[in-house]
Design a protein around this ligand. Structure first.
Ligand SMILES: Nc1ncnc2c1ncn2[C@@H]1O[C@H](COP(=O)(O)OP(=O)(O)OP(=O)(O)O)[C@@H](O)[C@H]1O
Ligand SMILES: [Zn+2]
Length: 464
């Protein structure tokens, strides 16, 4: 089987065939930066990162564009509340997003365009739509004429035009020919930042931004467009309408991640139920949070719970424990070793990561047996398989990411401290003060550190 992906626009799992052999172009609706990210945003980021890594593993040259919406109503509200310019708010929060994506092991995008740097491209797109009779200027706003595109509007979200309600994206509905028309451009309002256009000063509508940026960096027709399911309507429906009505092919596969919820409700900056990344990193390590966020199928909803997070962290530590122990006996890991077929099949089946992780755990189980039996050849093979599978998921504990970031930096510090404690234990034993030696071991255990004596000397790991 080759890679198959669930395409929202056809509502089927279909074979992935890129426009150009050997190359994949991907666009992901990124952050609207009115606030720092919660784990729902990062769930979206890490799941598309897994897709990207899977494509890279298959030898594709991947161009990945993830945008930033650096101005919208919410950012204007925050900037007015704080009495600072809009760009102070968006800059600050964009940095928080970048920090979080980086910290969770997302490969940096090929390009990360900001909407407000692309007004000329948006003007150009509006010009094409007006020329083709799919858009019109009215009282300083510019609207998309939904009726002019009636036979195709609603295809992505599987809705009929006659059942659609008014688009509530402006407070000037009287300027629209039809209440369902949506704003491409919003005329200037007092106190708001504006850019000049042939139809007057103003600022862009959100949907227009993504169409303009996606086609600028990926071309008129590109492979994959992603985002959360919350964006299918109206955002993605409107992106398709604008781009296809202007004559572009636009995205060929539409992928949507499920929502991360809290108590059954979408986690959302606007609802104020955000679990922010720095707070989460006080509960678990970044790699463990990533494991938690990728472990469920990307299309399923996750209802957050501390228990599930801790369970995921323990699951990851089981894998990490094997990799650490095996790496003590195997020093050269074959990065080109083939992946287990069951893992490949799971990933090709619409990125079934939960199934793929079941394969990882199975290989780790075999690996632990091989370690116990001292079967070095087997350990070498199983360690290579494990690390290569983890690499696809961005979870290899020995990768640059997890060796050099805070986690393993901390590991080095703990290493040194544990070494001091163990020397003292050794000294206590030497003077036959077994009570003192046991007390040191108990103190380490109370701190969550389990010490094991091995032929290579004492080794520690975090208790599971
Ligand atoms: N709770 C969530 N779970 C999963 N993905 C999410 C969640 N919230 C947002 N996303 C996705 O994260 C990306 C960035 O979202 P964006 O900044 O536009 O947030 P938003 O939808 O405005 O969120 P909020 O409601 O928190 O303001 C989008 O692809 C969006 O679909
Ligand atoms: Zn978008």
């Amino acid at each position: 089987m080759s890679l198959h992906l669930y395409d929202t626009s056809t509502r089927t799992v279909r074979e992935f065939v890129p426009v150009e052999p050997g190359r994949v172009s991907m666009y992901l609706c990124g952050a609207t930066v009115q606030a720092p990210p919660h784990i729902g945003h990062i769930r979206s980021g890490v799941n598309f990162d897994v897709l990207r890594r899977w494509l890279l593993r298959q030898g594709y040259d991947v161009t990945f564009c993830r945008n930033v919406t650096d101005l919208d109503d919410k950012i204007i509200r925050v900037s007015a509340g704080e009495g600072v310019p809009w760009f102070v708010v968006s800059e600050r929060n964009q940095r928080a997003f970048t920090w979080a994506y980086d910290h969770l092991g997302c490969l940096p995008p090929t390009v990360e365009p900001r909407a407000m740097g692309h007004v000329p491209e948006m003007i150009e797109l509006m010009r094409r739509l007006i020329d083709k009779g799919h858009a019109y200027a009215s009282g300083g706003d510019v609207y998309f004429d939904v009726v002019s595109y009636a036979d195709r509007y609603g295809k992505l979200s599987n809705q009929k035009l006659e059942n659609l309600r008014a688009a509530d994206d402006t407070d000037t509905d009287s300027l629209k020919r039809d209440p369902r028309d949506f704003a491409l451009w919003k005329g200037a309002k007092p106190g708001e930042p504006t850019w000049p256009t042939p139809w007057g000063k103003g600022r862009p509508g959100w949907h227009l931004e993504c169409s303009a940026m996606a086609t600028k960096y990926l071309g008129g027709t590109f492979d994959i467009h992603g985002g959360g399911v919350d964006l299918i309507f109206p955002h993605h429906e409107n992106e398709i309408a604008q781009s296809q009505a202007a004559g572009d092919g636009f995205a060929r596969y539409w992928l949507h991640n499920g929502m991360l919820k809290l108590g059954g409700e979408k986690m959302s900056k606007s609802l104020g139920n955000s679990l922010l990344i720095p707070d989460m990193l006080r509960k678990v390590r970044a790699v463990e949070l990533r494991y938690y966020l990728v472990a469920a199928h990307y299309r399923s909803a996750i209802d957050y719970s501390d228990e599930a997070l801790q369970e995921a962290a323990a699951g990851y530590r089981r894998i990490e424990g094997f990799v650490t122990r095996a790496a003590e006996v195997i020093h050269d890991v074959d990065a080109a070793a083939p992946l287990p077929q069951a893992f490949v099949d799971a990933m090709d089946d619409d990125l079934n990561v939960s199934q793929a992780l079941a394969v990882v755990h199975e290989v780790v189980r075999e690996g632990n047996v091989a370690l116990a039996q001292g079967n070095k050849e087997q350990v070498a093979r199983l360690l290579a398989e494990t690390q290569n599978m983890l690499d696809v998921l961005g979870l290899d504990p020995r990768s640059e990411q997890w060796r050099t970031t805070g986690d393993s930096g901390l590991r080095d510090v703990v290493d040194a401290l544990v070494a001091v404690a163990l020397e003292q234990r050794q000294a206590a034993r030497a003077r036959k003060d077994y009570a003192a030696a046991d007390a040191i071991r108990d103190q380490l255990a109370a701190a969550g550190i389990v010490v094991e004596d091995t032929p290579q000397g004492p080794r520690w790991e975090l208790a599971q």
